[in-house]
Write a protein of this length. Structure first.
Length: 832
RNA sequence: GCGGGCGUGGCGGAAUCGGCAGACGCGCAGGACUUAGGAUCCUGUAGGGCAACCUGUAAGGGUUCAAAUCCCUUCGCCCGCACCA
């Protein structure tokens, strides 16, 4: 018998699919579409197990849905701008474009070797001018709508990457890419006004039913909306207004001091000429030098200094001291807070430390707080006291009434604040999209006209310059004419954050070759939203938030009808080995290449899907891979041994479902339909590929057992049934192990491609059984089992139970109190 | 501190709506075939006990005829947020 030769089979069918252009997706309004997308990779040149996992998941879905009759879009492309290419250029003098394209070619070949069913005609590479020109076009669209702007601000600076980072890209105080500690720099930078969409980004999360809860919560936390009031105090000494944001306006009468952020503009004015001026300046200097992580850590000791100034409380006219403190952040709220030590634990500790007065203004309904000194702040809502006209109100009522009262006097308003900051999108790097802006001494910042796009990234630069954009060194690039007045002008030399590229690439797939626009609406409206998106959890508040923002912006401009880009999201788990993340330093790396070489792509795919459900972490286990390989060889032999049954048989030619079977044949047909049902539901509804595969294994086992048990004659007589079951097996397995199934399909004498066959359907009627095993419980413990007809009544079942010899001793001399039956499963007899 | 998730054999994992815990696979043990086996096939495999039976889903308690599943307490691990006013 011919052995299973994965290598030979796999390359053979990969070529076949390519020749037949089998995975091509065309817009067809008559057909129901399904868009399956895996996050596109950075072309590092090396495919790792994480890639293999995410692509295997996507490919199973794509192949399954095609068999289900959907018009499936399953594209792939390259997030090709970014630092590694530039670093390779700096270190080895290679051209970043060439380096990138070479890597793309290598990775594409590796993906093809996995048998992934991509429509390569829709391939997108973000570093190519035909893509990034539309980045520039979109940037200008944001710019024209006032959503892209430049401002000087303290920004996150990664000393190792030598560029600025957006807030989302700072993780635990370090750079998301390299982990280096991030510092602050005061720089003029480009921002996208994502905060203008904060409310919608937050509120529309509720529509994302197919998203994991934790990702939604992460975005919710990141946006960090809080409702409260802005309250205007007056600085006694200067007459300046000092606005604070608070979520507890009901505690306004309890304010005993104010604290400003060290960067607050009023600080300078207040301390000028005061004896403590020098001391405070030193303090501010010191705070500014601290890294963000130290600065915002809850463990950092709270330090404050009296500025010498006082603020007048608009509610009661009281004067309270104004301090400057290290724990107040200029970037949140107004950079100033009111101190209410009686009702905020942090303020309480601070006030105790600095001997500031503590005044109770909210009384607990349970316990009077106005007598004894407080041991800790009372933060819960309560009833107002010491608050003049507002005494007796509940916290909730007071919040509204006090703010309304302030509003009438021009001293406050209801307000909403966000933790979310605008997205910093400029980068001081070469390998990215040039920002299409020109600076003219007369006209200022001028947008490059649309017809002049793309602003091409210059080539042949000597990439050694650090700390500023290498584009500055290119005179040809940097010096230009003003598009408006024609005078000498300079180009913007920063490039766009690569997250800009990935915020809309899924729309470009819908219309990848379009030269007149990023995409045409009818194309993008047919395919979007992405029905199933698959990728790593690390993008929970990066790529996934930015993409939602882009989609909403383009929706507002009527460029796309989808309100949300990704209908369902699957965050796949990581691949571990020996309990640790695969890494070179640990020496526990297994590459897809090795697995393909040794076992074949089908084995690798099957194992990676079988070893764990997709959203859980997976432990790579060589023996587990062996098991998957063994299974495929068993399937191979099953078909080889029964090949002659398919002679002169056309697929599906015999209508075996109308035939009556009994005994073993009936059981086999039932097992077959049960497997179809389970595999279908597991893929379609539960995304539990591991249990889907185990169901296929069970069917293979049952078929083998049947074939072993029956005679040669029975086998011949039931040829059509056996063929039907075998056909079902190969169809069910096809999305998981596409090559071996294609080979088997053709060896059985069928034409076309297994992947163009329809997914088998199941017949509920065939799943019915006449007899089933029922567990007999006495007081909830299983004491025996009986085979009984399924339609047995409760009384008959009880009678069966009484007759059962294993059960009988447990019923002797007992009074039956209650009998519960679960049809088809069990009977529970409660006795005393 | 706040929020979310998880904890099941030697291992990966099943148990989908509160209804027979351990599907499927790995590993292990025994057997068959074989010159050979790291191929293949068959049998067994939660723990204890000769058995009847008992125990068992992180620990403890509760609800229920019935709990891995629901509720409470505790422990452990993972993730997110965290001086956000």
């Amino acid at each position: 018998m011919e052995e299973y030769n994965a290598k030979e089979i796999e390359s053979k069918w990969q070529n076949f699919w390519k020749e037949k252009d089998l995975h091509r997706a065309e817009r067809d309004p008559e057909k129901k579409k399904y868009y399956v997308l895996e996050m596109f990779p950075y072309p590092s040149g090396k495919l790792h197990m994480g890639h293999m996992r995410v692509y295997s998941i996507g490919d199973v879905l794509a192949r399954f849905l095609r068999m289900k009759g959907f018009n499936v879009l399953h594209p792939m492309g390259w997030d090709a701008f970014g630092m590694p290419a530039e670093n390779a250029a700096i270190e080895h003098g290679v051209d970043p474009a060439e380096w990138t394209d070479t890597n793309v070619a290598i990775m594409k070949q590796q993906q093809d070797a996995l048998g992934l069913s991509y429509d390569w005609k829709r391939e997108v590479t973000t570093s190519h001018p035909d893509y990034y020109r539309w980045n520039q076009w979109l940037f200008l669209l944001f710019y024209r709508h006032g959503l892209a702007y430049k401002k000087k601000a303290p920004v996150n600076w990664c000393p190792s990457c030598q560029t600025v980072l957006a807030n989302e890209q700072v993780v635990d105080g370090g750079c998301w890419r390299c982990g280096s500690e991030v510092s602050f720099k005061e720089l003029e930078q480009w921002f996208l006004k994502i905060t203008a969409y904060a409310d919608r980004l937050l509120e529309d999360l509720e529509f994302l039913e197919g998203w994991p809860e934790r990702v939604k919560i992460m975005q919710e936390n990141w946006i960090g909306r809080s409702r409260g009031s802005d309250i205007v105090f007056t600085v006694k000494e200067t007459g300046d207004e000092l606005t604070v944001f608070t979520t507890r306006p009901d505690t306004l009468f309890g304010v005993t001091y104010m604290v400003l952020a060290p960067e607050h503009p009023l600080v300078e004015k207040l301390i000028a000429g005061k004896p403590q001026e020098k001391k405070i300046r030193n303090f501010i200097q010191q705070v500014r030098q601290e890294s963000e992580i130290d600065r915002t850590s809850a463990e950092t000791e709270k330090v404050g200094f009296f500025t010498g100034g006082h603020a007048i409380n608009p509610a009661n006219g009281e004067e309270v001291p104004i301090l400057v403190g290290n724990y107040v952040l200029m970037s949140y709220g107004t950079g100033a807070v009111m101190g209410v030590p009686a009702h905020d634990q942090r303020d309480f500790l601070f006030a105790t430390e600095y001997n500031l007065p503590i005044r109770v203004v909210i009384n607990s309904p349970e316990k009077d707080l106005t007598g004894e000194p407080l041991q800790e702040a009372y933060e819960d809502p309560g009833i107002l006291v010491n608050s003049e006209d507002f005494n007796g109100l509940s916290s909730e009522d007071a919040q509204k009434k006090i703010t309304d009262w302030l509003f009438e006097r021009g001293k406050g308003s209801h307000s909403v604040r966000y933790r979310l900051r605008d997205w910093l999108i400029s980068r001081q790097r070469y390998w990215g999209t040039p920002i299409p802006i020109v600076y003219c001494t007369d006209c200022g910042a001028v947008a490059v006209p649309e017809e002049e796009l793309p602003v091409l990234l210059p080539t042949g630069l000597n990439l050694t310059a650090y700390g500023q954009s290498p584009l500055i060194t290119s005179d040809d690039f940097a010096y230009t004419k003003c598009p408006r007045c024609g005078k000498e002008a300079r180009r913007e030399t920063d490039t766009l954050d690569t997250f800009f590229c990935s915020s809309w690439y899924y729309m470009r797939y819908a219309d990848p070759c379009q030269e007149k626009a990023p995409f045409y609406k009818e194309e993008v409206d047919y395919w979007l939203p992405v029905d199933q998106y698959i990728g790593g959890i690390e993008h929970a508040v990066l790529h996934l938030l930015y993409s939602r923002f882009f989609t909403k912006f383009l929706y507002d401009l009527n460029m796309v009808s989808a309100l949300e880009p990704f209908q369902r999201l699957l965050a796949q788990g990581m691949v571990y080995k020996d309990g640790a993340k695969m890494s070179k330093s640990k020496g526990n790396v297994v590459t897809p290449d090795e697995i393909i070489e040794h076992y074949g792509a089908d084995t690798g795919r099957l194992f990676i899907l079988f070893a764990a459900p997709p959203e859980k972490d997976l432990d790579w286990n060589e023996q587990g891979v062996e098991g998957s390989y063994r299974f495929l060889r068993r399937v191979w032999r099953l078909f080889q041994q029964n090949r002659e049954l398919f002679k002169n048989k056309e697929q599906g030619s015999e209508r075996i479902r109308d035939q009556q079977f009994s005994g073993k044949e009936k059981d086999l047909l039932r097992d077959c339909h049960a497997a179809i049902k389970k595999v279908t539901i597991d893929i379609e509804e539960r995304f539990n590929f591991n249990t889907a595969i185990s169901a296929i294994m069970e069917l293979v086992n049952a078929t083998q057992v049947y074939l072993n048990e029956v005679s040669e004659k029975d086998r011949k007589d039931n040829r059509h049934l056996i063929c039907e079951v075998l056909e079902v097996i190969v169809r069910l397995l096809a999305p998981f192990a596409p090559h071996i199934c294609e080979e088997i399909w053709h060896r059985c004498g069928f034409g076309d491609s297994i992947h163009r066959q329809s997914w088998p359907s199941f017949d509920e009627k065939l799943l019915e059984v006449e007899e089933t095993e029922i567990a007999i419980q006495i007081n909830g413990r299983v004491r025996g089992r009986v085979f009984v007809p399924v339609d047995l009544s409760k009384d008959e079942l009880l009678e069966e139970a009484r007759l059962n010899e294993k059960v009988r001793p447990h019923l002797e001399d007992k009074e039956v109190l209650k009998v519960i039956t679960v049809p088809g499963r069990l009977i529970n007899i409660v006795v005393r």
